[in-house]
Unconditional design. Structure first.
Length: 395
């Protein structure tokens, strides 16, 4: 299994493109693997017959573990055996090769049944099921053979009845994107002291701007900026005035960046990815819109490149399309700030003795209090609000 990212320790095999026993030519796509960020095609680094396949679709495999070998026509392994495949994007090419490990010890780890007291054997699945329901394994009888299996545990639970013990359920393992999201959000919440500030923004001028652009931009379509691209442009404009939030906190060092690389959270069926719009501060709103359209489309097809999801200096997340009015997001560490945006809601306001209804959007800024004080975050929100309410620099 190749290493596709610096911090990667495992990847999930999506599928083999060749069957065991088939001949593989160097440079052919051999398999697809999924990291926490993308699905990537892996090319073969040599030619030969695909043999001794030990990994199957859905397996999560540690980086560096041998999952197959390529054999010559006589069925022999290459003299210098190393990693069988490498990533076509950001892989491990150029690494020195080492003698082939013993495939009997480096194949997919399948735990053998374990002995319990009383010289019984129990399968790993049965042991987990018993542990979940607090069963004493010494009281469980083998249904057939010499090994206690999950079916034996289920039968005993059914006989006992009551509660959830006998109710069927679907166990969804945290893996891939979901596992990484779980680990990172937990770490962020535990290590970064979050503070959140929120204010309402009058979106009347922005709505007028969008309608005006729809009628004036020839051809309309993706050349006319939408609300999301305008919000991203406003976020970048405000960051240019408050560079302290366009930063990472690494150990005891705050690194303020001159370039504004906006991470944009995109919700998928199996998690969230954060593609990056680079140099957003130097791009026009329509350019941000077109680039975002492309990134989101490829994100939903699982076709983003790893380098398109790394290097953000500030993240924007928008749940307005789901009707969420306001929320407080968890920091995308090591970034020191994240901007959360809700939907636009008409609210009654009193102006010159009359009640008027205007569209308002709730914006929330979460910052790492180790690097950013509340007053600094508040000033950023004020600038963001001013940019949107005046709409003077958005195009």
């Amino acid at each position: 299994m190749p290493a596709l990212e610096m911090a990667q320790d495992s990847a999930t095999l999506v599928r083999w493109t060749k069957n065991e026993g088939e001949y593989v030519t160097k440079g052919e796509v051999l398999m697809e693997v999924e990291t926490d960020k993308a699905t990537i095609e892996i090319e073969s680094t040599g030619s030969g017959v695909l043999s001794r396949v030990t990994a199957h679709a859905g397996d999560q495999i540690p980086v560096g573990q041998v999952i197959a070998v390529l054999l010559d026509a006589d069925g022999h392994s290459p003299t210098q055996a190393g990693p069988v495949v490498t990533a076509s994007q950001g892989g491990s090419e150029g690494k020195s090769q080492s003698p082939a490990p013993d495939l009997r010890t480096n194949s997919k780890v399948v735990k053998a049944p374990e002995r319990t007291s009383g010289r019984k054997l129990i399968s790993p699945k049965a042991r987990r099921l018993a542990s979940e329901h607090g069963l004493d394994l010494s009281t469980v009888r083998q249904g057939s053979g010499q090994v206690i299996r999950a079916s034996d545990i289920s039968s005993m639970l059914t006989a006992r009845g009551g509660g959830l013990a006998s109710v069927e359920y679907a166990a969804v393992r945290l893996r891939g994107k979901r596992k990484v999201i779980a680990d990172r959000t937990q770490k962020s919440h535990q290590t970064a002291p979050h503070i959140a500030l929120r204010l309402s923004i009058d979106m009347s001028e922005v709505q007028k701007l969008i309608e005006r652009e729809k009628t004036t931009v020839k051809g309309g379509g993706n050349r006319s900026p939408n609300l999301t691209s305008i919000l991203l442009k406003a976020a970048a404009v405000a960051l240019a005035k408050h560079p302290g939030l366009n930063a990472h906190l690494v150990n005891d060092e705050v690194r303020q960046y001159s370039c504004i690389h906006l991470g944009v959270a995109v919700a998928l069926d199996d998690g969230v990815v954060v593609p990056v719009i680079r140099d957003a501060g130097k791009k026009r709103t329509v350019e941000i819109h077109q680039e975002l359209e492309d990134l989101v489309a490829r994100a939903r097809r699982d076709r983003l490149k790893p380098e398109e999801m790394t290097g953000s200096t500030f993240t924007v997340t928008n749940l307005g399309m789901f009707g969420v009015e306001s929320f407080s997001a968890i920091l995308n560490t090591p970034e020191v700030a994240i901007l959360s945006l809700g939907c636009t809601v008409d609210k009654a306001i009193k102006t010159q003795g009359q009640v008027d209804f205007r569209p308002f959007l709730e914006a929330t800024i979460n910052v790492d209090h180790r690097a950013i004080d509340g007053a600094v975050a508040a000033k950023y929100l004020q600038t963001f609000k001013h940019v949107l309410e005046s709409a003077q620099v958005l195009l």
